[in-house]
Design a protein around this ligand. Sequence first.
Ligand code: GLN
Length: 215
Amino acid sequence: MTKTDRRPLVGVLALQGDFSEHEARLREAGADTRQIRYASQVADLDGLVIPGGESTAIARLTEEGAAVIFATVKERILSGMPVWGTCMGSIFLAEEIKGSAQGRLGVMSIKVRRNAFGPQKKSFQCPLAITGLGEPFPAVFIRAPLITAVGDGVEVLGVLPAELNAGASGIVMARQKNMLVTAFHPELTDDLRVHAYFLQMVAECLSRPLASAEV
Ligand code: GLN
């Protein structure tokens, strides 16, 4: 038994950051969406996007009474719900943040360095080759992090061209099972390919036969 005969319902964490842009792109790419602010809105999601924004702001929320929503989200991710973190979202998913113990979910085996390219005015766009996506993607970087190390089972999907590589590693897109991270912002372009890639992860998860306990 599968549950693929409907549009997937993808949540966009709406506590902080550019969640509306993600919602718009996800809808264009074929999903229904829901802005997520409470733990009670998470149980029936087919996938979740954690948008870009400011990771120290969301980190503060982990200490200020929002712990329940983060515990619920973490539990669903660990039990296989597809999740995609863009920029701040990738920092929030990372196991390790260079030089910082700020609050985060810490579920993905990546190490990140925040603001790896300098301040806001050093933001840039560049064509990025992404594994399996064909033509280079117009990748927008805004005070972006770099993924400086990946653990076992993490597939690197995008690496910056050497001349833009600000550090030891130019990794800007990676996947570990149900978890996807991009250091850049596909929601700020009208190219839907990364949103479509994530919805494909969601579709694959939905088409897996349900465990007998759920049938
Ligand atoms: N620089 C931000 C941080 O460290 C991330 C920026 C973004 O999400 N565009 O949290």
